[in-house]
Design a protein around this ligand. Structure first.
Ligand code: ZN
Length: 309
């Protein structure tokens, strides 16, 4: 069948990467510091390919352009979503992403709202999420005077937490966290601070302080998550977020589940194994259920993060 597209991930080397994605998911990683698995992506900087059926070898961006029916003729020039797994062996830089309006005016890319499902976290692991500045001037001053402790808000996280990061939110993933990220298709990061670290060439990574200050939402506001829980007997669905950019859910299947499907969906198995419409799947597999699929039939005991627009 060609209606479920299994996706070949792309791995990205990062200063803060490692080899945990191999141990955790069995991926065949190159022997480098791998920080990111671009699991489902049609971005220019990493356009994943289909690994099964008649579309085998094609990139998602090409398919999205040429096989519109598979994607229920979704009105967008670009495939709208990206799914990544991030393995933070060290703190990531403090960064912020622009919204669509700013991105369209100043870049070739889109804005970036993102959200995280925490797959694993060390006991004392934390993220940076938001800031204390009350005005743009105050933010600029605190940045220029390196008052990071007073400026940045830390938040402890644990396995199973879900965090929505709207565009304009200062954030950073801390050391010891592995997470699944769902985001708009965009690769714009404005780096505010990088702990004065040096890369392998003995140089600091670029900062984009001016842009970062421009796009940061002031004051910081914690978005209200209206998580919904659907108990469907054998299966439960937790809907974490539903907004203009994405809907993200966790499907916990205990033995079997039939879902009437009306659009393309991105699915990542984060635990367990089983079958999807007769195809064997296991933890670490990522696939797109196309709009041709009328029923998603899941058999097995597994947890799947499902996202769609
Ligand atoms: Zn980010």
């Amino acid at each position: 069948m060609n209606d479920i597209l299994f996706i070949e991930p792309i791995f990205k080397e990062r200063l803060w990467g490692g080899q945990n994605l191999r141990t955790e998911f069995g991926y065949d990683l190159p022997p480098k510091n791998i920080g990111e698995c671009w699991a489902i992506s049609a971005h220019l900087n990493g356009d994943c390919r289909v690994k099964n059926g008649k579309f085998m070898g094609m990139t998602i961006s090409t398919l999205f352009r040429t096989e519109r029916k598979l994607f229920n003729y979704y009105q967008s020039k670009k495939f709208p979503l990206m799914v990544k797994i991030i393995d933070a062996n060290d703190d990531l830089s403090i960064q912020v992403h622009p919204d669509d309006k700013y991105a369209k005016r100043h870049t070739e890319d889109e804005g970036k709202a993102e959200c995280w499902y925490i797959l694993d976290a060390k006991d004392d692991a934390y993220i940076i999420y938001g800031h204390q500045a009350k005005s743009k001037d105050e933010l600029a001053n605190m940045v220029s005077e390196n008052q990071w402790k007073d400026l940045l808000i830390k938040k402890n996280v644990k396995k199973g937490d879900f965090i929505f990061v709207p565009a304009g939110t200062i954030h950073s993933i801390g050391k010891g966290i592995m997470l699944l990220e769902i985001q708009q298709t965009s690769d714009i990061n404005y780096r505010l601070y990088d702990y004065d670290r040096l890369d392998e060439h003995g140089e600091k990574r670029d900062l984009q302080i001016e842009e970062a200050i421009q796009v940061t939402r002031i004051p910081h506001v914690n978005p209200v998550l209206r998580t919904k829980f659907f108990d469907l007997g054998d299966t439960s669905i937790t809907r974490y977020v539903k907004n203009d950019y994405f809907t993200v859910e966790k499907w916990d299947v205990n033995s079997s589940f039939n879902h009437e499907n009306d659009r393309f969906k991105l699915m990542s198995v984060i635990d367990g194994y089983g079958q999807v419409n007769g195809n064997s799947v296991k933890k670490g597999d990522h696939f797109i259920v196309t709009a041709n699929v009328n029923y998603i039939q899941l058999i097995g005991k597994m947890s799947i993060i499902t996202s769609y627009v």
